[in-house]
Design a protein around this ligand. Structure first.
Ligand code: SF4
Length: 84
């Protein structure tokens, strides 16, 4: 297996795992404090480009309450389909 295809495989599995986990109705949202949420970007990373961001309501699939599109937390995961 080529290095890039192995990398793609692991990336796919990581995304699949996160999507499955974040879509599970059995998991309650976490508090902002627990996931170290902040209202500003961190190292250029922000909620609006995260896999878990819900832009219509400015909410997150994982964090409880309203969040900022410019925020960030420890569960950040870049959604390559979203623009920065
Ligand atoms: S960075 Fe954290 S708070 Fe922001 S959308 Fe992603 S998971 Fe939710």
């Amino acid at each position: 297996m080529k290095s890039s295809s192995r990398r793609d495989f692991f990336r796919y599995m990581a995304i699949l795992g996160l999507v499955t986990w974040s879509a599970s109705p059995l998991l309650a949202k976490e508090t902002k404090e627990k996931l170290m949420y902040q209202d500003s970007p961190r190292d250029g990373k922000k909620c609006s480009e995260c896999l878990h961001f819900l832009p219509k309501t400015n909410e997150c699939k994982l964090v409880d309450g309203s969040i900022s599109p410019d925020g960030w937390c420890t569960m950040y995961f870049k959604d390559t389909r979203k623009k920065s």
